[in-house]
Design a binder for this molecule. Structure first.
Ligand code: GLN
Length: 454
């Protein structure tokens, strides 16, 4: 009830929730109360969570914040949310996001932008919460849920976490089932939690992760007790500092933040090692080929027949066109055009195939670093703090928006786990985050190291 009251009071200012499931929340909470009264209950019994609109929730509108999925109510539950409910969590509602998870500011949502609960000192200007999981990050930051589900294809958990002073982890590709999560770029998509602190993120991820026969890319590996890793000493651990992340034009305060993180880990007994990830500079351009290519294929299913919106036409082809023209927003259309272009005959070899080769090289850079004994890699999470809503520079040039993902996309391209942890404030009093990147399926070490930074 406290959360529902807080949402009703504060959500109009933030637009973090696009739907609040009051009745469902109360029914689930009542069931939890009964279980707890009997001395039963799961790891998350009675904990109220928000759900990114990308996760299919049975009988509850699931639209990926797109107009094209208007009125779509799945008859099934995503594996991730089913796992959370099985552990006793309570669903508060669906959270705003960039349309089909495409964006870095939550401004491509059909339901309008999310406002970051943080403001710069002495300013009233609205800031973005980051994206695409902007609703998740804002809701956690504004205390409108105890934690939230999120997804990360190229930074969409870690960048919004960094912009809102919250913790977000993208697990290793395969750690979490993608079944029932609306697909953006299937070889990159992974779900994970955004939470208030490292411990909450550890508890949530433990519940979300599972092998799943319905997602053959999910991996059959025991899910460790992540919470138990927090507080373990990092003494003797090797922390890699990749020189390629010191990008041109990086603000001094980001460099200072990075140095602060290095000092904290060194003081805790870790060994700091300079490393090189030579193909880093190709990650962003390669990502913006691979992700749109997969997206253009995944989005072909929205044709006005099977789901949501239908805009009639004189024949079926006309109906497809009218539906897709009206149903998809600008950024989604841009991705479809880029994706179909790089996959088309004649350009496939020049773009898509090259990008896939680059992807392998990026992965090998990391493999080499880990083979050399590096346990964790430390980088800034984002090249800046949160920026203003309707930033003119970014509106005029989509590539400027894409540059937000410069430190995060490498991790998706390599399939590795990455966590963003709040590490301080910039000169304007806005949160900044550091990122830790780990070995495949070694999320434990990320939680252990993040515990030192937090
Ligand atoms: N900002 C990136 C994009 O727009 C990443 C999005 C995501 O991780 N879902 O593609």
């Amino acid at each position: 009830d406290a959360y529902l009251t807080a949402i009703d009071a504060a959500n109009p200012a933030f637009n973090a929730y696009i739907a609040v499931t009051h009745d469902k929340a109360r029914a689930m909470a009542a069931a939890s109360d009964e279980k707890l009264a009997r001395g039963e209950g799961g790891a998350l019994e009675g904990i109220p969570l928000g759900v990114k609109d990308l996760f299919a929730t049975e009988g509850v509108h699931t639209q990926a914040c797109s107009h094209i999925l208007d009125g779509f109510k799945p008859r099934y539950e995503s594996t991730v949310t089913a796992n959370l409910w099985a552990d006793g969590a309570v669903m508060l509602g669906k959270l705003n996001m960039d349309e089909f998870a495409m964006g870095s500011s939550n401004e491509t949502s059909y339901y309008g932008p999310v406002i970051n609960p943080w403001r710069a000192k002495g300013s009233n200007a609205d800031l973005v919460p980051g994206g695409s999981s902007g609703g998740s990050a804002a809701a956690v930051s504004a205390r409108l849920c105890a934690g939230a589900t999120a997804t990360d294809t190229g930074g969409s958990i870690r960048q919004p976490a960094a912009f809102t002073g919250t913790v977000g982890i993208k697990p290793t590709y395969g750690r979490v089932s993608r079944w029932g999560t609306v697909a953006f770029a299937s070889s990159l998509d992974q779900a994970g939690p955004i939470a208030r602190d490292v411990r909450d993120a550890a508890i949530m991820l433990k519940s979300m992760a599972s092998v799943d026969a319905k997602d053959t890319t999910s991996v059959d590996m025991a899910v460790p007790d992540y919470e138990a890793a927090i507080g373990r000493s990092v003494k003797g651990m090797k922390i890699g500092i990749p020189k390629e992340y010191r990008v041109e034009g990086m603000p001094e305060e980001i460099e200072a933040l990075w140095q602060k993180g290095i000092a904290w880990l060194r003081d805790a007994g870790a060994e700091i090692v300079d490393i090189s990830l030579p193909h880093t500079k190709y990650a962003l351009p390669a990502y913006y080929i691979v992700a749109p290519a997969e997206a253009s294929s995944n989005l072909a299913r929205y044709d006005g027949v099977r789901y949501g919106l239908r805009v009639p036409g004189k024949d079926i082809a006309d109906m497809y066109e009218n539906t897709r023209a009206a149903g998809f927003g600008r950024e989604v259309k841009r991705r479809i055009m880029i994706g179909t272009y790089v996959l088309s005959a004649g350009y496939y070899d020049a773009y898509y195939l090259q990008a896939q080769k680059v992807r392998t090289l990026i992965k090998r850079d990391f493999e080499q670093a880990f083979a050399n004994g590096i346990d964790v890699i430390l980088t800034p999470a984002t090249p800046s703090a949160a920026f203003g809503v309707a930033d003119q520079d970014m509106a005029a040039d989509p590539v400027k928006m894409y540059l937000n993902d410069i430190f995060t996309v490498t991790v998706n391209m390599a399939g590795l786990p990455g966590i963003a942890v709040p590490a301080g404030l910039d000169a304007r009093g806005l949160p900044l985050g550091l990122q830790l990147i780990g070995r495949p399926f070694d999320e434990e070490t990320l939680f252990q190291t993040a515990g030192v930074i937090e």
